[in-house]
Design a binder for this molecule. Structure first.
Ligand SMILES: [Fe+2]
Ligand SMILES: [Fe+2]
Length: 282
């Protein structure tokens, strides 16, 4: 502490000046300590930040790996089910061509009513599984030539629920959609379908779309009980009906879309040959 006499020689002023200097020196020391602490804190924050970034990178890596694994698992599962669907076609009169065409009709219709490419593509992959439940129906019933007994019809009508139970329990969005399609593709807009007799919008749109394609293709194809019909006749039956097929079976929104794009259905029918290579999801 300085005891010099101030310029004006007043000892009281001098004391005050000394006190102020001491105080300032204390402030300076405190400030230095504070700055040191702040710098240490900043260093610590930077270190923690770096660590957090490293954790985030590791987490992202394991998340990506997990996603890849899930995706591969989903692909493998979906592929198994598609192969099962392809196997089920040997059990009745429908062919691999039918399954492939159904994918194309469904996607074309979905796009026409405004679905995104991604959603339409998912329906493309889900549609082939609609009849997978037929794997559980005896060959003698599925392949029977001639009219079916009532109990045989009842047996056939269980294929949507059988299929749905085969596809149940997966977290895969594709298989969830496939299950929805399997269980609803024989429901009709007017409530006269099976297995539940759902009506109108109670029937998921996926099921309504696949049902229209399924019906169109059945009309175009030869069956033990009917010849194959021309595109014109198939359109006429869907849009105007007969004793078997009624326009009331179909979602009116899909019927008006069908009026616009029926030529595309014809193109698909003529184009798709008896091959199945394009169906395995990729
Ligand atoms: Fe079916
Ligand atoms: Fe079918």
């Amino acid at each position: 502490m300085s005891h010099e006499i101030s310029e004006d020689g007043n000892p009281a002023v001098q004391r005050q000046l000394d006190a102020s200097r001491t105080q300032l020196a204390r402030y300076a020391t405190d400030l230095k300590t504070l700055l040191r602490r702040e710098a240490a804190k900043t260093r610590q924050i930077t270190r923690v930040n770096k660590q957090l970034k490293a954790y985030a990178r590791d987490l992202k890596k394991s998340y990506d790996a997990e996603q890849r694994k899930n995706h591969e698992l989903e692909q493998a599962y979906a592929e198994t089910i598609v192969r099962l669907s392809l196997a089920s076609r040997y059990k009745d009169e429908e062919t691999g061509g039918h399954i492939e065409r159904l994918s194309h009709y469904s996607k074309t219709m979905a796009l026409c009513i405004g679905w995104s490419d991604e959603a339409a593509q998912q329906l493309f992959a889900a549609a082939p599984m609609h009849d997978v439940g037929k794997i559980g129906i005896p060959d003698a019933v599925l392949g029977k030539q001639g009219p079916l007994e009532e109990e045989e019809w009842d047996m056939i009508k269980t294929h949507p629920t059988l299929g749905a139970s085969l596809l149940a329990g997966s977290s895969s969005p594709l298989l969830k959609m496939a299950r929805e399609v399997a269980i609803t593709h024989h429901e009709r807009w007017d409530g006269s379908g099976y297995p539940y007799g759902l009506k109108g919008e109670q029937i998921p749109l996926t099921g309504r779309i696949v049902m229209l394609g399924d019906q169109y293709d059945a009309l175009r194809s030869k069956r033990p009980y009917k010849p194959s019909f021309s595109h014109k006749k198939a359109c006429d039956l869907i849009l105007h009906g007969n004793e078997r097929t009624k326009p009331a079976h179909f979602d009116p929104q899909l019927l008006s879309a069908f009026r616009e794009i029926h030529h595309e259905f014809d193109g698909i029918y003529s184009r798709v040959i008896e091959e199945t290579s394009g169906l395995i999801p990729s």
